[in-house]
Design a protein around this ligand. Structure first.
Ligand SMILES: [Zn+2]
Length: 89
């Protein structure tokens, strides 16, 4: 379906742009475990309030997280996840 392919491409361009903005405006480290990113490709875009919990694509709801944290966080709320991480450390 050409329409959905086009939509996906637009979405990925937007994500790239948002990631660049966050990369330029935030410390180069994971928002949760504070692991430093050596390269932009290590950072993933994470929703602070997950989309399934009515989170938005707004910049204020997005942060940079390492892949491990992003995977571990999944659909949890960032506040809850931070607490869980602190317990583990
Ligand atoms: Zn992390």
């Amino acid at each position: 379906m050409p329409h959905s392919r086009k939509y996906k491409r637009m979405k990925s361009n937007k994500r790239k742009l948002i990631k660049s903005i966050l990369w330029d405006s935030q410390p180069h480290q994971c928002a949760y475990c504070k692991k430093p990113f050596l390269d932009k490709s290590e950072a993933t875009l994470d929703h602070i309030v997950p989309k399934c919990r009515a989170g938005t694509d707004d910049l204020s709801n997005l942060c940079l997280a390492c892949k491990e944290c992003n995977d571990a966080k999944a659909n949890q709320n960032a506040k809850k996840f931070r607490k869980r991480i602190r317990k583990n450390i």
